[in-house]
Write a protein that binds this ligand. Structure first.
Ligand code: ADP
Ligand code: MG
Length: 727
């Protein structure tokens, strides 16, 4: 019975195939295809070789996305005549002689595979000259060996390597690459990144036949200058320097320096140029960590530009990685990332204080163009302080595309220090007050008061815990297990997320990005739905009329408040009474849309609209409650909840009676089950990757959380040790 169904027996039995040794050239070609995956990987290897050869100028020419020609010329030390015969054999290198050398290596290459690989999948020609020679040599290679003796030729200092007809013998690879044809862009991107890190080398990259280079950097002692020449003024002028270092003898030793974009920089895509021990690498964990800080700290929530160079003791990075593996892993990665993340946050916050300041003053200045700077609040700091002095010629708006322009020159960054900040804000506000309509001024202060309220209720001990805890996993549908020092806690993710969302709503007040709903949702129907759900006795429809009236009234009320809801909370209700937009409270997180009805009802019923402060508090609380990470409505299928997904139809009932448990699987409502599985998996992902990281950064836990069961200590290692000691 079983055998008949097995696919293996459907084919007639056959003799085992004979095992053969592959021809060496085939083996090499396969290996080469792994090392050189696409044109940009060849460029990277060649440029790294040039850097290893102490070049100070490297130029790249590319034809046909690199498939026709890649030519890399440098002015490095060149290659000796006698080394040319073995140059392109596999595992020939000048950089490593014994295994131990791996740990003291400072070159990029060491495996001696790159050039060899290229000769198996392309035609490689090398022209090179070493110091003191009157002529150079040119020689071509195929499959690892020279095609002819090196020929004497005229040459300028250094080496030029030409790779032609890449993948000429790998038809499938060539086809896929030809179709995509975007490698030139990748090559430009690669060289741009290389150029800003190796600012003591000049780089250029152009298409074959083009006069103008697409990357052109000049040697410069200033990193910022090289960023400017490669990525442009608009990037360079909006960067701030960051530095972190740690020298912890217990293992976490590193230093990082770099540049990060400030709040004036706007981009849809993150650019993270990351070098670890001078190698260009990728690290998605670090990228996410930085993105989270930007998303939550800056009102515009622009994606950042970041250049970072991290140096670690060599033994902390596994350098014997596969040549194509760009993603790295480091010892103590989490601690390092956290330290970098908090430094970036501090920088942004400080800059942000300045910015709030700046925006308001811009308005002030623009509205008083006729009476230039007579107010003391806008005069630059007295000289002698560390702050930069501002040349008079910069005290004007010089950049029309950026209305804030050079005005930051008036403003000196302040350390993040609350009392000072409040007082300076109030100075500005009072100066602005006369020129803005009174309502708006009041708006600002009521929100500031609410935020101050959050700060003053914060429980210092819990703050410590929240900042430093590690997420272990979900203990059940509501409680997560977290570790802090030697303690293990159960933490109520619903309470925590609700509070965090509330606080973030206040902090991002009037500065939200929007989530566009694919279908606008009719308010009155949704509110009606919520009212019906609330009803304990849904059978009786005698109240239906009443419910409809309530729904209508609430809809009208919300339509009336639509302008305010949109401007301050990015909750958009159109004139037909449809909800079509919601705010982004935490990046990468969308609320559970099943809870929209309850949210609308809560807005309509629970918000006190008359008093401004209570109104903002009420709306923020409603949003907080809506965005909180409640368990999904569908029961959790990984526990007893699975019963919910059993079909109750009669036929399936009969079947399961006959066959017992064997048919259990067929009885499940697969679609519903997979919806539920998705919803639960999505929530758990959000808890781990959005809630906890953001909470560590932003949550100010109120004192009430210490006693209301949000945190429950379940074990303490010290006590456990004591118990063991006694036995
Ligand atoms: P690896 O870089 O791992 O040593 P490669 O195959 O990339 O292996 O290069 C082999 C050797 O060729 C290098 O060790 C180096 O001595 C020499 N070489 C390659 N490119 C250059 C260059 N542009 N200038 C000088 N020497 C080079
Ligand atoms: Mg190399």
């Amino acid at each position: 019975m079983e055998e008949e169904n097995s696919p293996a027996t459907a084919i007639a039995p056959r003799e085992p195939p004979k095992i053969q040794r592959l021809e060496e050239s085939v083996v090499n070609r396969i290996a080469a295809g792994e090392v050189i995956q696409r044109p940009v990987s060849a460029v990277k290897e060649l440029v790294e070789n040039s850097l290893d050869a102490d070049s100070s100028s490297i130029s790249v020419v590319v034809k046909d996305g690199g498939l026709k020609l890649i030519q890399v010329s440098d002015d490095g030390h060149g290659i000796r005549r006698e080394d040319l015969p073995i140059l392109c054999e596999r595992h020939t290198t000048s950089k490593l002689t014994k295994y131990e050398d791996l740990f003291s290596l400072s070159s990029m290459g060491f495996r001696g595979e790159a050039l060899a690989s290229m000769t198996y999948v392309a035609h490689v020609t090398v022209t090179t000259i070493t110091k003191g020679q009157i002529h150079g040599y040119r020689v071509s290679y195929r499959d690892g060996v020279m095609e002819h003796e090196p020929k004497a030729c005229a040459a300028v200092k250094g080496t030029q390597i030409m790779v032609e007809n890449l993948f000429y013998n790998m038809t499938a690879r060539r086809k896929t690459l030809q179709n995509s044809a975007d490698d030139y862009g990748k090559i430009v991107d690669l060289l741009s990144r290389m150029a800003i890190h190796h600012n003591n080398v000049s780089f250029s990259c152009r298409k074959h036949g083009a006069v103008k280079a697409d990357v052109h950097s000049v040697m410069s002692p200033s990193r910022l200058d090289s960023i400017r020449s490669v990525y442009g003024v608009s990037v360079a002028k909006n960067l701030m320097k960051v530095e972190v270092s740690s020298c912890d003898p217990s293992g976490c030793t590193f230093d990082m320096e770099g540049f990060i974009s400030n709040s004036n920089y706007v981009s849809k895509k993150t650019i993270l140029v990351l070098f670890i021990n001078d190698r260009l690498v990728e690290c998605s964990a670090l990228k996410r960590a930085i993105e989270i800080v930007y998303a939550a700290t800056l009102p515009k929530a622009s994606k950042p530009f970041v250049y970072m160079s991290i140096n670690l003791p060599r033994e902390h990075v596994d350098i014997n990685i596969h040549p194509t593996k760009k993603e790295v892993s480091l010892l103590n990665q989490e601690i390092i990332i956290e330290m970098i993340q908090s430094e970036v946050e501090v920088k942004l916050r400080n800059a942000n204080d300045t910015r709030t300041f700046q925006e308001q003053k811009v308005e002030y200045i623009q509205s008083t163009l006729t009476s230039p700077r007579s107010d003391s609040t806008v005069s630059p700091k007295p000289s002698g302080q560390k702050a930069q002095k501002v040349p008079v010629n910069k005290m004007v708006r010089t950049d029309s595309s950026d209305p804030a322009g050079r005005l930051h020159a008036f403003l000196q960054p302040k350390p993040h220090n609350l009392p000072d900040k409040v007082s300076s804000l109030s100075v500005v506000r009072s100066s602005v007050r006369q020129r803005r309509n009174p309502k708006e001024t009041a708006d600002l202060s009521s929100v500031q008061e609410l935020i101050a309220g959050v700060d003053s209720c914060c429980h210092p001990g819990l703050l410590e815990t929240v900042r430093n805890c590690t997420y272990v996993g979900m203990a059940d549908d509501v409680f997560a297990l977290v570790q802090y020092n030697t303690h293990l806690y159960l933490a109520n993710v619903v309470n925590l997320s609700k509070e965090l969302m509330y606080q973030q709503t206040l902090r991002r007040f009037a500065h939200f990005n929007a989530i566009q709903l694919s279908d606008p949702a009719p308010l009155s129907e949704l509110i009606l739905l919520a009212l019906k759900e609330e009803d304990l006795d849904p059978e009786t429809d005698k109240n239906d009329d009443l419910k409809e009236r309530i729904a209508e009234m609430n809809t009208e009320l919300l339509k009336e408040k639509a302008e305010m809801l949109e401007e301050y909370f990015s909750v958009y209700i159109d004139s037909d009474g449809n909800l079509s937009r919601l705010p982004v409270i935490l990046d990468q997180y969308t609320p559970d849309m099943d809870r929209v009805p309850e949210f609308l009802l809560c807005l309509g019923n629970d918000v006190e609209w008359e008093d401004e402060k209570s109104c903002f508090q009420g709306v923020s609380a409603a949003i907080g409650n809506f965005y909180a990470m409640y368990p999904p409505l569908l029961p959790n299928p990984s526990g007893d909840g699975i019963q919910f997904y059993t079909k109750r139809g009669e036929s399936s009932q009969e079947k399961s009676d006959l066959d017992g448990n064997v048919e259990m699987e067929d009885n499940l409502d697969k679609d519903l089950l997979s919806d539920a599985e998705n919803a639960w998996a999505q929530r758990e992902w959000s808890i781990q990757h959005v809630l906890f990281p953001s909470m560590r950064l932003f949550l100010k836990p109120p004192a009430s959380m210490a006693s209301n069961g949000t945190f429950v200590k379940v074990a303490s290692l010290e006590k456990l040790y004591k118990i063991f000691e006694r036995c």
